[in-house]
Design a protein around this ligand. Structure first.
Ligand code: GTP
Ligand code: MG
Length: 197
């Protein structure tokens, strides 16, 4: 079932300020500019729900959206943005680390990966960390419209190879484009699955 209603609830700078953890929650994370906010807008069918920008670092806080009066969708600030000062980066680290490890109602994390890039340490290290912490996650490949189908498939295969060398089971992977709507149904189905288990 696709998303019918999406409302912005609040922005928080620490997880303790987040809305009461009374509903299941799914968070979108990934490097700056990977397309988190765009994907949230594509998924909810609301062009301006989450703020999108060509300039990395647009999303700075933990943003909660209430979906279908049933679950929270969370837009997180991106990691690996070189122009952010070291102090800001460690603030980011602390905020996200605490949110991901302490948020009781977090049922899944979507890690967004730019499909055009070869596996990057900043992403694979983050994935490794999620795995070690036992935080459930899926990989969402973004901007599929920017290159050929073959290239998209070979990018995903590269990730599978890297992850297979570290883990016995692979996380779910979904190929998406916020531009064309590719992957919307798969992502919606996967969210519904997460909400049911
Ligand atoms: P931060 O909030 O800075 O961490 O970035 P973000 O991950 O939320 O990225 P955002 O959605 O703001 O998108 C960054 C840029 O990529 C914008 O210029 C978008 O228009 C563009 N973009 C995002 N998704 C897609 C996509 O699927 N296809 C194409 N062609 N462009 C995209
Ligand atoms: Mg954003």
């Amino acid at each position: 079932m696709s998303i019918k209603k999406a409302e912005f609830i609040t922005s928080s700078s620490v997880y303790t300020q987040c809305p009461p953890p009374e509903r299941p929650e799914i968070a979108f994370i990934g490097r700056s500019n990977v397309g988190k906010s765009s994907l949230i807008n594509m998924l909810t069918g609301r062009k301006k729900l989450a703020k999108v920008s060509g300039k990395p670092g647009k999303t700075q806080l933990i943003n909660h959206f209430l979906i279908d009066e049933n679950w929270f969708l969370v837009d997180l600030p991106g990691y690996g943005w070189a122009k952010v000062s070291k102090t800001d980066r460690s603030k980011w680290g602390e905020m996200i680390h605490d949110y991901l490890t302490e948020r009781k109602n977090l049922i899944n994390v979507f890690v967004l990966i730019d499909t055009r890039l070869d596996p990057q340490p900043v992403d694979t290290e983050f994935i490794q960390w999620l795995g070690e912490k036992g935080i459930p996650f899926a990989l969402i490949f973004t901007k599929a419209d920017k290159q050929s189908k073959n290239k998209n498939q070979s990018s995903m295969a590269k990730y599978r190879r890297v992850l297979k060398s570290q883990w016995e089971t692979l996380p779910p992977m979904v190929l998406t484009s916020s531009e064309t709507g590719e992957g919307k149904d798969d992502l919606t189905d996967y969210i519904n699955y997460c909400l049911q288990v």
